[in-house]
Design a binder for this molecule. Structure first.
Ligand code: ATP
Length: 367
């Protein structure tokens, strides 16, 4: 009978709660004991009341709730070896022998470090007299299962991350609202969307709202004088009778020299070169708020259930996996590989190999 800890970490994302619900209920259904670890890795480091057994009814109503009901945090202490060692001690003290982490690439990188260092931590805790030899024997390995909860859809090795679909819906609703006022006044709007260093949200929002121009980190404007080319495109639309101009910009947008492109800069160009009455809207946290869309409820539930099956199937030497979705199928892949692959995206962008960055992002993105 396994004791399974579950935590959510990094930025919150719609669909984390359905995922937590599925982990808790599937664990109970499969005769395991689930434990909430509140406030992400901070709860792991703090221990005490932040680790508590979860009951079936504790997750009632979670499907429709945005954010994460068990809390999340950016935890500095967990980045340090000492912090992770305290986390290991708290897991062992609570008898937890498997850990489910729902978070972004940073959280999963932390999980991968914990996995790699685990035997070393256990040995050090035994040598320090903080755990007995029997405990050290019993907890020789820890199974960690990762799931990607992130609105950014920025992890290689999965087509969709939990939360990305809901954030995209919210962006589309917001841009639709902006467009109706823009049209009345014949205004231009520059809308900045989230995504950190990933352009998935911006790209999909641009397609779904009919934007005139788009800036994403994986495909920076190639010409030096891209400003003139953008103005030409926007003017052609206006000349053809369009009453608005819409530019979508990812928060991590860059030019071909890897310098950031900012929404205010675009606004200045449209105002001065084209004379358009231009406004900037930075959508901000509204993108990650509110109830999860159907797809994130579904994805979180399917992946959460699969996490328990993976834990129960695992042998002591099974590498810790990340659960994803490729071509509409729930997949499990080694966590280490997924993290390495994601790291290669940043390297490809730095090397200005943008085609490779797009291919690495995910198969959904490259299509
Ligand atoms: P989002 O994509 O929404 O920002 P994220 O999981 O990438 O989510 P981060 O702030 O990067 O968010 O990471 C969350 C937490 O994971 C950190 O506060 C830290 O506790 C832990 N973490 C991140 N990177 C590492 C690392 N390299 N080593 C150990 N722990 C890490």
């Amino acid at each position: 009978r396994k004791n399974i800890g579950i935590l959510t970490s990094g930025g919150d994302a719609q669909g984390m709660n359905p995922c937590v619900r599925a982990v808790v209920r599937m664990a109970i259904a499969r005769n395991c004991r689930p434990f909430f670890i509140y406030e992400g890795y901070q709860g792991l480091v703090d221990g005490g009341a932040k680790i508590k057994e979860a009951k079936w009814t504790d997750v009632s109503g979670f499907l429709a709730l945005g954010g994460t009901m068990i809390g999340t945090a950016r935890c500095k202490a967990f980045r340090e070896l000492e912090g992770r060692r305290t986390g290991v001690l708290n897991l062992i003290r609570n008898g937890i022998d498997a850990l489910v982490v729902i978070g972004g690439d940073g959280s999963l990188t932390g999980a991968d470090r914990l996995r790699a260092e685990w035997p070393e931590h256990v040995l050090a805790l035994e040598q320090a007299g903080l755990i007995t030899r029997e405990k050290a024997e019993k907890y020789r390995t820890l199974m960690i299962v990762g799931m990607v909860g992130s609105i950014d859809n920025d992890l290689a090795s999965t087509d969709m991350t939990i939360g990305a679909c809901s954030a995209l819906e919210r962006i589309c609703e917001s841009v639709d609202a902006i467009l109706s006022t823009a049209m009345s006044h014949q205004r231009a709007f520059v809308v900045e969307v989230m995504g950190r260093h990933c352009g998935w949200l911006a790209l999909n929002a641009a397609i779904s709202t009919g934007a005139d121009y788009l800036f994403i980190p994986e495909a920076p404007p190639s010409k030096d004088d891209w400003e003139a080319s953008m103005c030409k495109t926007l003017k052609a639309s206006r000349d053809a009778g369009k009453r608005t101009s819409l530019v979508i910009i990812a928060e991590g947008a860059i030019d071909c020299n890897l310098n950031p492109i900012k929404a205010e800069y675009i606004k200045d160009i449209l105002s001065t070169r084209l004379g358009y009455d231009t406004r900037v809207t930075i959508l901000g946290h509204v993108q990650r708020g509110g109830a999860p869309a159907h797809f994130d409820r579904f994805l979180g539930t399917m992946q959460g259930a699969e996490a328990i099956e993976v834990i129960l199937r695992a042998k002591p030497d099974t590498p810790s996996p990340v659960i994803g979705m490729l071509e509409n199928k729930i997949t499990t892949q080694p966590l280490k590989e997924a993290i390495e692959l994601t790291g290669q995206v940043a390297q490809a962008i730095e090397a200005k190999d943008f085609a490779r960055a797009i291919t690495l992002r995910s198969s959904a993105f490259s299509k």
